[in-house]
Design a protein around this ligand. Structure first.
Ligand SMILES: Cc1cc2nc3c(=O)[nH]c(=O)nc-3n(C[C@H](O)[C@H](O)[C@H](O)COP(=O)(O)OP(=O)(O)OC[C@H]3O[C@@H](n4cnc5c(N)ncnc54)[C@H](O)[C@@H]3O)c2cc1C
Length: 360
């Protein structure tokens, strides 16, 4: 749906004035491509990177009061932003404080990377590329530690900092670029684990009442690639996690090794584009795997297909990568081609797990 001219220009002028009064810095007509892993996307009318949760709440509250549409992005690793960009206010959320129950907050802002060595192909056993079985283990005997993490916290930096502090549980999510907010939004999965296993409750800014409230794990309605936040446009502010005082050396080893294996996936992408099919569909269609990587490669024979700068990855056919200069339209056309071929050959249409944002 076109978002053009759906709010009066007066309101955007007021938004700018009020953001400035609150000391919230912003840019106008800011290209969004650099804020995404795809490196694709046109400009935001107003763009602000916010590092503090009070300012985050204030900026979203203002946008709602002034009826200016707002969009939150974290690391931009699960989105395809339109070539025409996004109308209204776009916030890159970098509010990322971590509080371990009764301990002092961890200062994460000074650590820019998670110190994970870059993978080298010749160091990796290719048979184990996407296998997880040898890395999985049970630590449910270890004592629970409650940790509150703000939604703009970087997932890799958070996981490594927690492990350094002896707190484990999120090691399965190594190699996933993103923020805690984006990870909750889509209930990320790593190996056999889902983030929802560790979420106690989520703090949100209710878009109707403009009040802060907490949703229990069950109220979040977590499922495969799903949470209630797909329906409600509420801002995720933070979450309380149930983590473990587990074996930090083991957790670090799993985190680093899983990250190394996953880094061979195309990074200039938004991850796997398609949700796996169900086991029932796999059986019904007589397929060998539930993965669209397998289907696109072996059944549709589309691996390597390129439109403009976008290409169905040779490394993993469920990924569409930007080979350089790709437009959002190129990616969309490849997605449409895959859907068309899947319907023609199998009678099923793949469901995207990437969110299309802006004026398509
Ligand atoms: C190379 C690569 C590998 C990947 N591997 C995996 C994987 O193994 N497993 C997996 O599950 N995913 C994977 N992904 C996808 C992606 O990394 C995750 O979904 C990630 O958690 C998205 O977080 P983000 O902060 O980048 O969200 P964004 O892409 O910025 O946003 C995604 C959606 O969440 C919404 N959102 C973000 N923050 C908030 C907030 N605070 N409040 C409300 N809504 C919000 C946005 O509006 C948007 O609709 C991969 C991606 C890449 C590029």
């Amino acid at each position: 749906m076109s978002q053009a001219n759906i709010y009066p220009m007066d309101n955007i002028a007021q938004l700018k004035t009020k953001l400035a009064e609150l000391g919230i810095e912003f840019k106008e007509n800011e290209p969004l491509a650099p804020y995404t892993t795809y490196k694709i996307g046109g400009p935001a009318d107003i763009f602000s990177e916010i590092k503090n949760s009070q300012q985050l709440k204030a900026a979203v509250t203002l946008a709602i009061q002034l009826k200016v549409p707002y969009t939150i992005i974290g690391w931009g690793s699960n989105v395809l932003i339109a070539d025409k960009g996004i109308r209204g206010l776009v916030i890159k959320n970098s509010a990322g404080n971590i509080a371990i129950s009764e301990k002092e907050n961890i200062e994460i802002s000074q650590i820019e990377t998670a110190d994970v060595p870059e993978p080298r192909l010749d160091e990796i056993d290719k048979d184990k590329l996407y296998t997880f079985e040898d890395l999985d283990y049970d630590e449910s005997d270890a004592p629970i530690v409650k940790v509150n993490i703000e939604s703009g916290a970087s997932l890799p930096v958070t996981i490594m900092n927690l492990i350094r502090n002896g707190i484990t549980g999120l090691q399965w999510f190594g190699g996933i670029p993103g923020t805690i907010g984006g990870a909750i939004f889509n209930n990320i999965h790593g190996g056999t684990h889902y983030l929802a296993e560790y979420v106690d409750r989520v703090e949100v800014l209710d878009k109707d009442s403009l009040e802060t409230r907490w949703l229990s794990n069950s109220e979040c309605k977590f499922d495969y690639d799903y949470s209630i936040f797909h329906e409600e446009n509420d801002l995720i502010l933070s979450a309380d996690f149930n983590l473990r005082k587990g074996d930090k050396e083991k957790a670090k080893q799993v985190y680093v090794e899983w990250t190394r294996r996953k880094k061979l996936q195309p990074q200039k992408s938004a991850g796997c584009v398609w949700q796996n099919i169900s086991n029932e569909e796999k059986e019904r269609l007589g397929l060998e795997s539930t993965s669209w990587g397998y289907i696109i490669d072996r059944v549709l024979n589309l691996k390597g297909k390129q439109i403009g700068g976008a290409k169905i990855s040779e490394a993993h056919a469920a990924f569409i990568e930007n080979t350089g200069g790709a437009k959002a339209q190129d990616v969309v056309e490849l997605m449409e081609l895959i859907k068309k071929e899947a319907v023609a050959k199998l009678g099923i249409e793949p469901k995207s797990e990437v969110f299309l944002l802006g004026e398509f």
